[in-house]
Design a protein around this ligand. Sequence first.
Ligand code: G3P
Length: 478
Amino acid sequence: DGDVYKYYADGEWKKSSSGKAVAIINPTTRKTQYKVQACTQVEVNKVMESAKTAQKSWAKTPLWKRAELLHKAAAILKEHRAPVAECLVKEIAKPAKDAVTEVVRSGDLVSYCAEEGVRILGEGKFLVSDSFPGNERTKYCLTSKIPLGVVLAIPPFNYPVNLAVSKIAPALIAGNSLVLKPPTQGAVSALHMVHCFHLAGFPKGLISCVTGKGSEIGDFLTMHPGVNCISFTGGDTGIAISKKAGMIPLQMELGGKDACIVLEDADLDLVAANIIKGGFSYSGQRCTAVKVVLVMESVADVLVEKVKAKVAKLTVGAPEDDCDITPVVSESSANFIEGLVKDAKEKGATFCQLYKRDGNLIWPLLLDNVRPDMRIAWEEPFGPVLPVIRINSIEEGIHHCNASNFGLQGCVFTKDVNKAILISDAMETGTVQINSAPARGPDHFPFQGLKDSGIGSQGITNSIHMMTKIKSTVINLP
Ligand code: G3P
């Protein structure tokens, strides 16, 4: 069946023996855009076997050669930016320009990772024993970093390429093999990206990409005894994975409710511009999106007016036309967002625009005077709907931020750097941005969440460290 994209295993494109396919619905047309193979558990077992075998010789491949292949893959991926970006537009309704940016950013990430890898992994440690009480200088300890084995990468729909390579590149440079399970929406973009790695000429079995239903192969993959590390980005599923996974390192990034705290002395034009970028880019479907504005009452009216004026200028429509606001990823997501909006309406939030929806397309909406009894005060809409809560003290803002079960990022706007630092220290989040909207990048910065936002720290450097283990050899002198 030529219509169904093949999965990638053993350096080849294959059809699943299931004879079944999974449909990928274009969020804009709401019609089937592509189909991918529904892989079976037997096929997953085979992939795990090949990954294990391939890893053994890959670990012995010189580091500079591994880096060279990654640089090659990065260049090919950047050359293929147009067709990969086109898939992103069709599968996840990412605005055309942003889709190209995602692919280029991914190529850069892979190259940077190759460079960072040769530096980090090119160094080990040398320790001597006589610094510890009771020891003579008779033991020399040599340490280096060794790979973990097979890394399982599970990226989310919102960055099916970038959040796949942010796991693939560190895993490979460190000498691991990699099994990718892409999100269904975004699977074809991911397969296309994997094709770039295929063209670069990595050894067969080192990278595989299995597609299919989470219900059929999801738990089977994450609980597979052949997996030595899981790097996951997504929603609540990550909490379930953490509970079920074996004794292996986990890297989890599971969403956020990033707060934007606005003090009285803030540059309100700067704040408004960042609220638009932070709250509405990719229609709010980013875990680092601004998801609640906590503004001091005395400047709230002015700020809301400024944001309203900018919301009115956002273009709404198809991703092909490069509109700012595009259809959200699925009908169920749109329904969920609508549920939050209705709840806010019933409980008396001020609607700065009329609520409007057409299929999966939801017009941008700013909700003022949101109170803590409304769901939108706490839940992640993952859509273009942003609540504003008016506060009377900094403490009130920090309290709201810290009462969340999430703790990914946050931001604070003020000209008083001392206050900004104190607020940053008080916010229970993995990162605080001063005078800018939350963001993961640049991609070598540490990226981590507290509480339900995740385990471990990502970013190129941290991921390389996380996907390795220390090995020591001790020379005992007579
Ligand atoms: O939602 C995924 C998260 O990693 C966001 O990345 O680059 O939009 O801040 P970014």
